[in-house]
Design a protein around this ligand. Sequence first.
Ligand code: NAD
Length: 301
Amino acid sequence: MKRVGFIGVGTMGTPMVTNLLKAGFSVLAYDVRPEALDEAGRRGAAVVGSAAEAAQDSEIVVTMLPSSSDVEACYCGPAGVLSGAPAGRLCVDMSTIDPGTSRLVADRAKAQGVRFLDAPVSGAVPRAVEGTLTIMVGGNERDLEEARPVLSALGSTIIHVGPVGSGEVAKLCNNLIAGVAMVAVSEAFRLAERFGVDPKVLTQVIQKSSGQTWVMEHNHPVPGMVATAASSRDYAAGFMTDLMAKDLGLAVMAGREERVPLFAASAALQLYRLASAQGLGRKDFSSVYTLLKASAESAPV
Ligand code: NAD
């Protein structure tokens, strides 16, 4: 498979297209934003006029779109993927969306003989640029094997999770943990601050104790603790607060539909929404730490 139809050439899609071109694939790019398409063209992709065209003229389709409603519209809407894809075409949706929408689109695709995988990613922009994303795949294993050369140009870890929708479930579960852990680490360091405990010393203690977490090791919310963390460059994302709020919102919605209680995720979601309302939406999600300040000494306890 050498010709990839790539739909959604935004923040993530653009470096992904670049890596496909570098790996020797030809790319037919489509996006609703003309300026995004121009950039894909400058990077060497051929530009087409609709999702249907990208699906018709390629050998495999990849979509990288903002939300569940965008994915549904892009596949099932007028001039969408399913109006152009011939029977047998393999489509891989790499967006982070609600697992129910992945299943719905897969069912619509199946009704006309089109194959569908959900394959969301973890790693954000730096790893999209490096081509080292973690890709979690839901769907038929044989279809994954067919898509593997394309996915290998985009990511260094590719894991088959289960049937359609389960890639999305894995992604939401991972971000549920990362989102909640960031709030927990932020709260702990604010509490320590009030007692005058040196954050460097507390970091050393936690690194060797049961509170150790990836979030603190790589994305410490306290500025100056980890040189490469977003907090040490004024919380420049990284992974944006708005995207964390989106993913926790999807997890909480999935929990509601499946009747699974999600206390910590719901609380963390509200905090990221508040952070967004306070102007931190486009900052890294570790910026939630800046909101969690102690009240004035004079406030009643
Ligand atoms: P983005 O908004 O920068 O890019 C999405 C692109 O899709 C845009 O250019 C938009 O114009 C286009 N688009 C929207 N609807 C379309 C349609 N119907 N047809 C064609 N094009 C359409 O978003 P992004 O940051 O690249 O994220 C894409 C997906 O990847 C999201 O689901 C996001 O949650 C997920 N993700 C993002 C990151 C990150 O750090 N940005 C990390 C991991 C996962």
